[in-house]
Design a protein around this ligand. Structure first.
Ligand SMILES: Nc1nc2c(c(=O)[nH]1)N[C@H]1C(S)=C(S)[C@@H](COP(=O)(O)OP(=O)(O)OC[C@H]3O[C@@H](n4cnc5c(=O)[nH]c(N)nc54)[C@H](O)[C@@H]3O)O[C@H]1N2
Ligand SMILES: Nc1nc2c(c(=O)[nH]1)N[C@H]1C(S)=C(S)[C@@H](COP(=O)(O)OP(=O)(O)OC[C@H]3O[C@@H](n4cnc5c(=O)[nH]c(N)nc54)[C@H](O)[C@@H]3O)O[C@H]1N2
Ligand SMILES: [Mo]
Length: 768
């Protein structure tokens, strides 16, 4: 079949404008943070919030009595800086939420849905906070206000009308509190479905799967303190300067104590090279500190090849000199070494190194370091998880750590660096599409009903179900599902197939503009805002990337008097559906968070005295791997695994493309148009490419091209990208998410974890 006829049709509303905003390029800066970061952060804060609100929010950000930063999930140190325990992008996140701008009923009266859909994501987001519950009734062109009670009734009625509960989908983004997520999961289960896709399906699902299989828990093993004791920290597939800036403090401290930092990344990310800590005087006046001792600019998705090379070399050195591999640890705590050794012997060093695109001379110093040192931490994020072999990537990291006996020891272990500030907590308290008999039993014991036993749908499979008309009601607790998911046109059609789409949101986004027949926006409180019931103030709790649960207390007046808290919204929907069934006290659960927490602690282990212990610095959830205890696994030992080298099946002229975040965005929320640390300003429709590839393709810098992907004969096109010469390995490209999401087919995802292949998309460049 001609691929031309097989092109996935464009849904203009889903794509937004494809015009340019005026690219400017500079050389990437020599360091990250420092004074410019402080200045830019404060400019954002003042522009969005004004002085009084800036002081009210920022002075309480990440303090023990304060607001948990909605920016990322990096943990807070025990000693909090007086200069402020936050970073540039944390300030931007706060400013974005606590903005003074408002999206009111008058705003919706003025702009039709169609008109707003033609705005850029930047403009949509900058419109401000949604102030009233709004409805888009079937056939209407504009959203109109609706009373809360009527909104809940409409949702209840739609759910009643379904043939079966599996026609409903309950998506969660990672900003929700433990309390809201728990009630949401309880509601879905009581309704009778496990269709609980969540943003981790697109994010760290591969980490959870890989770690669970090999170590028995889907979470990381290290604490913040471990960074001070580590001999080596490897940062693989992660850009902390933009996405987890406070992690740079930990890396700096590690180096001050004599540890070495190794970065593995196709791009030379400025913050991984040099960092000026704005929380310290020397960061303001000095040259800053080097962060990486070694930098491996690896080709996209060749991390398994690199790890295999390193392990092969470690085994060789062990054979020659000994004292490299921790045999005692391996004997006592693992199985599968023989198979691993056999697997490694199949490959030659030359073929492995060639795949990475690195030189032996670049990798050998790291081999030597790892041979000599014992305590190793591996940190990673999306650069490892969002590939077809995302789970293999994680398991191969575990293999290296197990060889070194570096799990369950002070200064060593696994560190998947989570994204959304409470994505880990949401999962802990029951947001999962998987069925666990143990969890079902705990829900049954606590709430006296039988939770469903059929596996639910994750993100990619619920999109397919909606596309095929098998799911009819879509609800989202936060997030921007349309723009976050891959295959934008396909996902748009999937949402449009629904009878009802519901978004519990703080701000306007594209998912509100490409909807089911009827659509609701339910405006909710953000982290920064005071949450009270009957005049009594309440607080919510969250879990950070390292498994510590603590409270978050809102500090400023809500954006509108009509906002409702997330737990309350969820419980009111449940009430409207279950009507006369009073077996679960929804009212009390939605209003009395202490009571909700007492129920969480009945269902889940580790939450004893939850409310009290969440105050001050919070408490750590049980993590047996952290203690070197693998008894949760069959046989009671950790597992070495066998992982294949990826096959990208690139055809002539095809590149491997990663979709990455710019410095001025939070996922689909666009704070600004600059990517300062990469020297790219005022433009997002760019494609980063090696100058030699530009030459080979007879392209020119600044030329405008289209990007095309072709999977299984279906052509997907992203129009209008500017060629930007960049120091990136040959054969690789980079462009921004979500603009490039149209190119990623919904059926291309990681084995086991089903995470879309956002970091290794096969594309070609089409000249205009
Ligand atoms: N300011 C800000 N903070 C955020 C977010 C945000 O958008 N903005 N998002 C939050 C969320 S939800 C998440 S999940 C995290 C995301 O945090 P990151 O994972 O750091 O974010 P990405 O931009 O996706 O960056 C991936 C990095 O991996 C590299 N990479 C890509 N492919 C490969 C590969 O094959 N191998 C290796 N070794 N490296 C590779 C890229 O060059 C890039 O540096 O950040 C969280 N924090
Ligand atoms: N191509 C490509 N696609 C990707 C990625 C990639 O690297 N490349 N990354 C993936 C990753 S890692 C993730 S985590 C997903 C992110 O997927 P999502 O979590 O769905 O997306 P966000 O952009 O974080 O959601 C932003 C919206 O959340 C709402 N919001 C903000 N704060 C709150 C709150 O406190 N409560 C409520 N109810 N709503 C709130 C606002 O309305 C805002 O518009 O995207 C994924 N998609
Ligand atoms: Mo994420």
């Amino acid at each position: 079949m001609e691929t031309k006829n097989n092109e996935l049709q464009t849904v203009a509303e889903a794509i937004g404008p494809i015009e340019f905003t005026g690219l400017r390029l500079t050389a990437p800066p020599q360091y990250a943070a420092g004074v410019p970061a402080v200045k830019i952060a404060l400019e954002h804060a003042m522009r969005e919030m004004g002085l009084a609100k800036s002081i009210a929010t920022l002075s309480k950000l990440n303090q023990k009595e304060g607001i948990d930063c909605p920016g990322c999930a990096w943990p807070d140190p025990d000693h909090r800086s007086n200069l402020g325990e936050f970073c540039e992008n944390g300030v931007k996140a706060i400013a974005e939420e606590a903005t003074n701008k408002r999206v009111t009923p008058t705003f919706f009266e003025k702009y039709s849905v169609k008109e707003m859909s033609q705005w850029s994501d930047f403009k949509i987001g900058k419109s401000g906070r949604v102030t009233h519950p709004m409805i888009l009734r079937e056939g209407d062109t504009h959203y109109t206000p609706i009373a809360w009670e009527e909104a809940f009734e409409i949702i209840g009625q739609h759910l009643q009308l379904l043939d079966n509960p599996n026609q409903a989908i309950f998506y969660t983004s990672g900003r929700s509190s433990n309390e809201a997520a728990f009630l949401y999961g309880l509601f879905a289960r009581k309704l009778g479905t496990n269709n609980m896709p969540d943003c981790s399906n697109m994010c760290h699902e591969s980490s959870g799967a890989g770690l669970f299989q090999t170590l028995g828990i889907g979470k990381g093993s290290v604490t913040l303190e471990d960074f001070q004791y580590a001999d080596v920290v490897m940062v693989m597939g992660q850009n902390p300067g933009t996405n987890h800036p406070r992690m740079l403090n930990a890396l700096e401290k590690c180096r001050q104590k004599g540890g070495k930092v190794v970065s593995v990344n196709p791009l030379k990310e400025a913050a991984l090279v040099r960092f000026k800590n704005p929380q310290e005087v020397k960061g303001v006046v000095g040259n800053g500190a080097a962060i990486s001792d070694f930098y491996l600019q690896i080709k996209i998705n060749q991390d398994v090849a690199l790890l295999k090379y390193i392990m092969k070399r470690l085994i060789e050195i062990e054979q020659e000199e000994g004292n490299v591999i921790d045999w005692d640890f391996i004997r006592e705590n693992t199985n599968g070494t023989e198979n691993l050794f056999k697997d490694l012997s199949q490959y030659t060093k030359a073929e492995l190194i060639e795949k990475t695109g690195l030189k032996v001379g670049e990798v050998e110093p790291i081999v030597t370091l790892l041979a000599q040192k014992k305590k190793v931490i591996i940190c990673w994020a999306m650069g490892l998880t969002q590939h077809k072999n995302g789970v293999d990537n994680i398991r191969e990291c575990v293999n290296l750590l197990l060889l070194k006996g570096s799990i369950g020891v002070q200064g060593g272990g696994t560190c998947p660096v989570r994204g959304h500030s409470n994505v880990q907590g949401d999962r802990t308290v029951g947001i999962t599409h998987h069925v666990s008999p143990k969890l079902n039993a705990a829900f049954e014991r606590t709430f006296h009903f039988k939770p469903p036993t059929l596996e639910g749908l994750d993100v990619v499979h619920c999109i397919k179900a909606m596309y095929e008309g098998k799911a009819k009601v879509f609800m989202a607790l936060g997030g921007n599902f349309l723009s976050a998911a891959s295959d934008t046109n396909y996902t748009a059609k999937a949402l449009q197939n629904c009878d009802l789409t519901v978004s519990v949101s703080t701000k306007l986004n594209r998912t509100h503009l490409v909807t089911g027949k009827t659509a609701l926006i339910l405006p909710t409180l953000g982290r920064t805002e005071k949450d009270a019931s009957d005049g009594k103030s309440r607080f919510v709790t969250v879990e950070n990337s390292m498994g510590r649960v603590h409270r978050s207390v809102g500090r400023i007046a809500p954006a509108s008097e009509h906002l409702m808290s997330e737990p309350e919204i969820v419980s009111r929907i449940a009430k409207s559906y279950f009507k006369e069934d009073f077996s679960i006290p929804w009212n009390r659960l939605g209003t009395d968070y202490d009571f909700t927490r007492s129920k969480i602690s009945e269902v889940f282990d580790g939450f004893k005295d939850y409310t009290e212990r969440s105050k001050k610095s919070g408490f750590d959830l049980p993590n047996h791997t952290r203690r070197g205890d693998f008894s949760k696994l069959p046989g009671g030992v950790a597992k070495f695994s066998i992982n294949q080298l990826p096959d990208h099946d690139l055809k002539e002229g095809e590149f491997l493309m990663m979709t990455i975040r710019s410095h001025d965005q939070y996922n689909t929320t666009i704070y600004g148009l600059d990517d300062r640390y990469r020297g790219i300003f005022n433009e997002r429709r760019v494609v980063l490419i090696n100058p030699k590839d530009i030459e080979d393709l007879r392209l020119k810098a600044n030329e405008i091209v289209d990007l095309k992907s072709d999977y299984n004969g279906v052509e997907r096109k992203a129009e209008n990208f500017i060629i930007v010469p960049y120091e990136i390995p040959q054969g690789n490209l980079a462009s921004y998410f979500p603009e490039a999401n149209v190119l990623i087919p919904n059926d291309q995802f990681a084995t086991i974890s089903n995470t879309p292949i956002s970091k290794s998309v096969r594309v070609s460049i089409v000249k205009k």
